[in-house]
Design a protein around this ligand. Sequence first.
Ligand SMILES: N[C@@H](CCC(=O)N[C@@H](CS)C(=O)NCC(=O)O)C(=O)O
Length: 220
Amino acid sequence: MLVVHHLENSRSQRILWLLEELAVPYEVKRYQRDPKTQLAPPELYLVHPLGKSPVITHGDRTVAETGAIVTYVLDNFADGRLIPAGGTEESLRYTYWLHFAEGSAMPPLVMNLLFGEVQNRSPALIRPLAKMIAGAVQSGYLGPTIKAQLDFIEAELGRSAWFAGDAFSAADIMMSFPMEAAKMRIGLAGHPLLGTWLSAIHARPGYQAALLKGGPYAFA
Ligand SMILES: N[C@@H](CCC(=O)N[C@@H](CS)C(=O)NCC(=O)O)C(=O)O
């Protein structure tokens, strides 16, 4: 049995959704964040040395990192579903977005969140300085980087309804979390196609079934 070690309110929601789309039987082991730090609990370090979610166990295998897990699941359970045929334009687009999600989209979103925390949580004495420095990083680099990415994504979704082309694929599943986080933290003003795409993924029965399995998820 495949076990998904799922942290509440996290990226690992995508793995539950992928497994629901493929109708693969699995077990969910839920983990709660520390209410104060929002970090994963120590038990996750017993599954994998980095203590991050998602991580799956399957027989004697442990696989971490969302993109690697998606590839593992598709290789072992999908029979060619949710991935375009190799050598096609769609396959190239699929690979691009599969990597873009964690490699390019998530880093500035996470940094933006952390610099926001620096502004809000610095000791009162140095808060004005912390706000000035963090604000400069946000407005000078992170904001423009995120905006350029969202503009690019909006243009890509003007080419086809789904990220890899005319068919829904696991690239859409990978892109769900960064786009939900962008909507929640930045907003989607000026990006209507992205809003349409988010509504389309949220309407899928597999997405809804995964929400029931995963528990708290503030991003949907
Ligand atoms: N690039 C990794 C990121 C993993 C990651 O940072 N997961 C977060 C959940 S959104 C986590 O485990 N956070 C808890 C912690 O850092 O303690 C992936 O996609 O698997």
